[in-house]
Design a protein around this ligand. Structure first.
Ligand code: SF4
Length: 215
């Protein structure tokens, strides 16, 4: 199977089986999504979703969050990984959005990555989820699943994975492909013991072909 054929199989499979894949983070607007994505670094979406309602109640918009103090915000996110840094990042992000972006959450990757706590992955998530821009956010699931299936070859960094995926995924499908790969990694192609027996991607998966050949 050529790489092109592999991509075609995977895309067609997900189009049939997960046509409405979307983020599992709960949010109502770009401000809430940005807060949730910053909190989700090294943390599960489930835990973030348990935490954000209290934050959004206390700080309903970016203006309110820009006035938060560390002492007020920290207790609300104490149960999440890296609460110290994340508290500082959230307040810093809100202050910069107010000071430099007229209170509007930026809509481009170069602008978003200027914000504290926002790297390329977070910026790609925001622009693809909110604006459906063809930006591929590569987290640990996307990185692993892409390599196992054989969508990427010898990718050593998330950026290499991102660029290899963008070469083959049609632009208009990039935003949803990100969710396909994340959710597949979260529930089927899990890190330690991938559930190959339940996986519809077997005919196109390099990893599966290797383990069955070895048996
Ligand atoms: S066949 Fe196995 S390794 Fe390949 S994508 Fe499916 S779960 Fe992952």
């Amino acid at each position: 199977m050529t790489k092109k054929e592999r991509f075609a199989f995977v895309i067609s499979y997900f189009e049939q089986h997960a046509p409405n894949a979307e983020t599992e983070l709960i949010y109502d607007n770009p401000y809430q999504l940005l807060v949730a994505v910053i909190l989700s670094a090294q943390c599960t979406d489930k835990r973030v979703n348990l935490t954000t309602p209290a934050i959004f109640e206390r700080y309903p918009d970016v203006e309110a969050l820009s006035h938060a103090t560390f002492e007020e915000l920290f207790p609300l996110i104490r149960s999440i990984s890296y609460p110290n840094n994340k508290t500082k990042h959230l307040i810093g992000m809100a202050q910069m959005v107010i000071d430099d972006f007229n209170g509007e959450i930026p809509a481009t990757v170069p602008e978003l990555i200027k914000l504290p706590g926002v790297g390329r992955k977070t910026a790609n998530v925001i622009t693809s989820v909110v604006h459906q821009q063809p930006n591929m956010a590569v987290d640990t699931h996307v990185f692993r699943v892409s390599a196992r299936i054989g969508l990427t070859t010898n990718a050593k960094t998330p950026l290499q994975t991102e660029l290899q995926l963008l070469k083959y995924i049609p632009k208009e499908k990039v935003y949803i492909a990100h969710h396909w790969l994340i959710l597949h990694g979260r529930y089927i192609c899990i890190a330690r013991n991938p559930k190959c027996g339940e996986c519809g991607l077997r005919p196109a998966c390099k990893y599966y072909q290797q383990i069955t050949k070895a048996q």
